[in-house]
Unconditional design. Structure first.
Length: 118
């Protein structure tokens, strides 16, 4: 069972990145998926979530209007599209699953670094 994030990197302020969270060993189809981030010296914070069907999302105020979470259940993957990036978005980004169907789990990916700097 694994969650693997990818797509991070160095981007200039105002730029965009799309992160991916790919699941293996289980299906994401029945899971709400969350994105978190952790900046150096700060606690991990929730960025946003998407329901299993992809019909509802919610976001932290700091990213609302700039970030979009989507999913492709056929590819067993969830995405985080980040636009208008700011230096304060610099962090390691993680995806998380806490339930698969009715079963409680606690799956984290290894994280992907996003650095916003000129």
């Amino acid at each position: 069972v694994q969650l693997v994030e990818s797509g991070g990197g160095l981007v200039q302020p105002g730029g965009s990145l799309r992160l991916s969270c790919a699941a293996s060993g289980f299906t994401l189809r029945y899971s709400l998926v969350s994105w978190y981030r952790q900046a150096p010296g700060k606690e991990r914070e929730l960025v946003g979530t998407i329901t299993s069907a992809g019909d509802h999302t919610n976001y932290a105020e700091a990213v609302k209007g700039r970030f979009t979470i989507s999913r492709d259940n056929a590819k067993n993957t969830v995405y985080l599209q980040m636009n208008s990036l700011k230096p304060e978005d610099t962090a390691v980004y993680y995806c998380h699953v806490n339930r698969v169907g009715l079963t409680k789990v606690n799956y984290w990916g290894q994280g992907t670094q996003v650095t916003v700097s000129s």
